[in-house]
Design a protein around this ligand. Structure first.
Ligand SMILES: *[C@@H]1O[C@H](CO)[C@@H](O)[C@H](O)[C@H]1NC(C)=O
Ligand SMILES: *[C@@H]1O[C@H](CO)[C@@H](O)[C@H](O)[C@H]1NC(C)=O
Length: 317
């Protein structure tokens, strides 16, 4: 009897683990009906962005982040120590029936983060325990190495940040969403040159020429996502800007596709799903490649272990 209990538990754990490992679970938002610091945005419907997390300190929201598997959050390195992470949250000041919270047990800042230039503004947070996925809590896929975001591509940004420079989100502080176009690095570099700010290949820019839509204070660390037809893919992490939503100063994001190998070197089990943007062929010739070959490497041994378990159950009976 004891053995059978153990066996059933293990089988359940293995199935759960396989489900969590498969990158097939990333980037799905069943409650999001869209086709494709928030200024110019609107209320998101609960569950539309199930990877969005809120980083809090002393009960106060100060940064966003994205759930990338059941136990890790990707955020910005300038979002320094976060104590409690809320996942599945809708509003900052009202009830959140679908949320769970976790403390942070490990913070891995990118080793080359430079607070003066904002280069490599990226950090990984390990949650105190894994979360169960629901329609309100799900991981996002990550842009694979070699992904490209052409100028003009429409993407979405979300967060609980200010709705204009110095103007905080009004009660009940519901999660905001807004769609903005990608700005090419050539254009973005030219925009920021006068202010002696250099836009590197590790950064990604987005915003309207005329301004009016942007991330702002409090959105930092949060997601910039692109929909590849079936899955939502994290292309950027909110990093910095000059003011918010000013004309010709697009928001600047850490470019997620540049960090595939770093992320994979830090998260050694249950790796997040990587998807090539704009299409699945684009990254195949790159050394690091997309997540697809890795996925089989993770789940194949696990699937193989199932018959072994079943066999040993019979053998012992
Ligand atoms: C991946 O391929 C793209 C397009 O060929 C290239 O621009 C990029 O530098 C490559 N990245 C790596 C890491 O090899
Ligand atoms: C979107 O990503 C999935 C998962 O990697 C892939 O199977 C599919 O082909 C991608 N779609 C496009 C249009 O690239």
């Amino acid at each position: 009897v004891k053995f059978q209990t153990f066996f059933k538990l293990s089988l359940l754990e293995i199935i759960k683990f396989v489900l969590h490992s498969v990158s097939g679970v990333c980037g799905l938002a069943p409650l999001n009906t869209k086709t494709s610091k928030i200024v110019g945005g609107e209320d998101a419907t609960p569950g539309a962005w199930p990877w969005q997390v809120s980083l809090t300190r002393s009960g106060t929201h100060f940064c966003g982040g994205s759930l990338i598997n059941s136990q890790w959050v990707l955020t910005a390195a300038h979002c320094l120590p976060s104590l409690v992470v809320y996942i599945g949250r809708d509003t900052q000041q009202s009830t959140n029936p679908n949320e769970v919270s976790r403390t942070v047990t490990q913070i891995i800042n990118h080793p080359d983060y430079n607070s003066d230039t904002s280069e490599n503004d990226m950090s990984l947070l390990r949650l105190s325990s894994a979360v169960d996925f629901t329609n309100y809590i799900r991981p996002v896929c990550l842009a694979a190495s070699g992904s490209t975001f052409a100028g003009g591509t429409d993407v979405w940004i979300t967060g609980w940040g200010d709705i204009n420079s110095g103007v905080s989100l009004p009660f009940p502080e519901r999660l905001q969403e807004v769609s903005v176009p990608i700005v090419s690095n050539t254009q973005c570099s030219a925009d920021y040159q006068a202010n002696s700010i250099s836009i590197t290949d590790n950064m990604l820019c987005a915003g309207l020429r005329e301004g009016g839509k942007d991330s702002c204070q409090g959105d930092s660390g949060g997601p910039l996502v692109y929909k590849n037809s079936t899955k939502w893919v994290l292309g950027g992490v909110v990093s910095f800007g000059i003011g918010c939503a000013l004309p010709n100063f697009p928001g600047v994001y850490a470019r997620v596709s540049k960090y595939e190998s770093w992320i994979k070197s830090q998260i050694t089990s249950n790796q997040p799903g990587f998807v090539c943007v704009p299409n699945s062929d684009g990254c195949s010739n790159n050394g690091t490649g997309s997540g697809a070959p890795h996925l089989t490497a993770v789940s194949f041994p696990l699937l193989m272990s199932l018959p072994l378990f079943i066999f040993s159950a019979f053998a012992l009976e």
